[in-house]
Design a protein around this ligand. Structure first.
Ligand code: ZN
Ligand code: ZN
Length: 332
């Protein structure tokens, strides 16, 4: 158990064994089976759940009044199928997969998935050309990709998706705004910096899935070689806890009420550090935040500070687990 005062201070390096921690990838499937979530696919609202997060794979499930989407398919086909099954649905119900960029942690299961279930997938033309070679390419052809254009929205069933440019060292990189009814959801991962385009897109979203990749001190003192540290910290690399937290303040002012901290580095971050950095930064601006920590065990075990769970809050913070289902969010 972590010390009670732990989360009141910043820059504390939290041992990886704290709380329940990230389950190793090999227990992924059994973890999924252990989760019992119910999802009514014909529900009138918008539901969101992360299937995986981080360098070993990224995948977000969104259900818009029965229209089911994935943003990225960075885990194996089998893991996607099991994750969706645990949510009470199936890959056969997916209407589309929206791809942010071609890095393997975002497309690992893409081609096997779209081929098996004949699912349309949306991707930047440059990313499509740079997709990793598909080892099963000769089985039979996957559906042709549907090319996106930054700023140009497209409809998928009940959802309207609009890609926006994000700075990252891929062939091209986008985030997505997904709108359905009155709900507006933003997904932004692998974001080297919060540019004007990123901010314009995400401000006003009720729910945001936002990269919070690394703790600066952990990265600087960690074992990565200097070139890799420089790459991660560059404006075309990844978003730090600090930068994500500063932007969260702007998001709350614009109406964001839920944020999922996403794509945390296993090497250079920890869920508690990401959360406490966000809460500290928000608190300094007088913004009350509440932590939903169910994916990591009972909150009291992890944080032990009453005020973190205040009933009255301006924003609820979540962390996407590395290789298990996240919380099921109701988006407004
Ligand atoms: Zn990437
Ligand atoms: Zn990535």
């Amino acid at each position: 158990m972590l010390p009670e005062e732990g989360c009141a201070r910043r820059r504390r390096v939290v041992p990886r064994t704290g709380c329940r921690g990230d389950p190793p990838l090999q227990v992924l499937l059994s973890t999924y089976q252990a989760v019992s979530l119910t999802l009514t696919t014909n529900d009138q609202g918008v539901r969101l759940c992360t299937l995986a997060s981080g360098s070993s794979g990224n995948c977000v499930y969104i259900n818009c009044r029965g229209t089911e989407l994935l943003v990225d398919a960075g885990i194996s086909l089998r893991a996607i199928e099991h994750g969706l099954q645990a949510l009470g649905t199936s890959a056969a119900n997916l209407s589309a997969v929206l791809i942010t960029h071609e890095h393997i942690d975002h497309v690992r299961g893409l081609l096997p998935l779209v081929r098996k279930y004949n699912i349309p997938f949306y991707i930047d033309r440059l990313c499509a050309c740079a997709l990793p070679e598909d080892s099963h390419a000769n089985a039979y052809e996957p559906p042709e990709p549907l090319f996106i254009e930054v700023g140009r929205g497209f409809g998928v069933g009940a959802a309207q998706a609009t890609p926006f440019r994000t700075p990252h060292d891929s062939a091209a990189n986008v985030g997505y705004i997904i709108e359905c009814g009155g709900a507006r959801v933003g997904v932004a991962t692998d974001v080297g910096s919060i540019t004007g385009q990123v901010a314009n897109a995400l401000l006003g979203c009720g729910t945001v899935v936002l990269e919070s990749n690394y703790d600066r001190d952990m990265l600087l003192t960690g074992r990565y070689p200097p070139y890799l540290k420089a790459r991660i910290m560059s404006g075309a690399g990844h978003l730090s806890n600090d930068d994500a937290s500063v932007f969260l303040c702007r998001l709350v002012s614009s109406g964001t009420r839920q944020a999922v901290l996403y794509h945390l580095s296993h090497e250079n971050n920890h869920p508690i550090l990401a959360l406490e950095t966000a809460q500290y930064t928000l608190g300094r601006q007088g913004i009350r935040s509440r932590i939903a920590f169910s994916a990591y065990g009972p909150p009291a075990q992890c944080v032990g500070q009453e005020s973190l769970f205040a009933q009255e809050a301006d924003i609820t913070l979540y962390v996407a687990p590395r290789s298990a289902l996240g919380d099921l969010l109701v988006c407004e």
